[in-house]
Write a protein that binds this ligand. Structure first.
Ligand code: NAP
Length: 247
């Protein structure tokens, strides 16, 4: 099959390209650095020529609510319109578990708008809600790290390996549209502070972690809100397995 991956140079996008090519598919890579911009639409129609399915693994790193919502709304609307013109038969969106239960997070507001547009859009779809990735704790600690000290919320998560997410997206993209897919998650619950500490140790870095609900994530993200729902699909790679590869 000819399948386009939007966000092909990113964490999950690159691994999805690898998974699809391993299975013999013809993959079109979409990202700004590769000359295709979902926000302006530049290069999009050419990129989708002959494409049967699209995986959207793009991302916005903005912490401003208006910016995040505008990015996901514009990029998704442009992508879906171009897919309709090209006759794409399946749009696969990578989303996040728990976003409908948490207000006040700019990124989640953007993802909700993205899901809404896909669900009401012209192209048959599958939305795949995933839990946080195994590298999430390190990334979040990195946002606030100054002079060897970082603040981080003690979120309860059930993280999943990036390669497992990519494998699921590749499998979904080559099948029929499913609507909302069950949540996908890793095999065990973890505390985000502990995950960050163990990742820093594995990388030989010394960072003092200060647990708090007053920094990037607030108390609306406490409790079980980020955990997968009933009947979730559990991917095999443990956080420990993933960490062992980082040492
Ligand atoms: N981190 C987590 O724990 C987690 C958990 C569940 C779901 N998710 C979701 O997973 C998705 C992918 O995350 P990720 O960490 O893999 O992303 P990432 O590494 O930040 O990669 C983002 C990709 O999007 C591309 N991109 C950004 N703006 C673009 C534009 N205007 N046009 C075309 N391409 C554009 C980037 O390439 P260029 O810069 O070259 O354009 C890059 O390839 C996100 O939507 C996120 O919400 C994340």
């Amino acid at each position: 099959m000819r399948i386009a991956v939007a966000g092909a140079t990113g964490n999950i996008g690159a691994l999805t390209v690898t998974a699809l090519e391993r299975d013999g598919h013809d993959v079109v890579r979409i990202s700004r650095s590769l000359g295709v911009d979902l926000v302006t639409g530049d290069g999009l129609d050419d990129a989708l020529t002959g494409v049967e399915a699209v995986v959207d693994a793009t991302n916005s790193t903005s912490s401003d609510r208006t910016e995040a919502v505008t990015f996901f709304a514009t990029a998704t609307a442009n992508l879906l319109a171009a897919e309709q013109r090209a006759g794409v038969r399946h749009h696969v969106l990578l989303s996040i578990v728990g976003i409908h239960a948490i207000e006040g997070n700019a990124h989640y507001a953007g993802k909700r708008e993205q899901e809404r547009l896909v669900g009401q859009g012209p192209v048959p779809w599958t939305i795949v809600p995933a839990t946080q990735f195994h590298d999430f704790a390190e990334m979040v600690a990195g946002w606030t790290e100054r002079d060897g000290v970082a603040t981080i919320a003690p979120l309860l998560v059930q993280p999943i390996a990036p390669a497992d997410v990519a494998g699921i997206l590749a499998e979904v993209a080559t099948g029929a549209p499913q609507g909302r897919h069950v949540d996908v998650a890793g095999p065990a619950t973890q505390d985000l502070v502990d995950m960050a500490r163990r990742t820093h140790q594995a990388r030989g870095r010394s960072v003092t972690l200060v647990p708090t609900w007053s920094s990037v994530f607030g108390p609306t993200m406490a409790g079980n809100v980020l955990l997968p729902g009933e009947g979730a699909r559990i991917a095999p790679t443990t956080f420990e397995d993933w960490l062992a590869e980082r040492r």
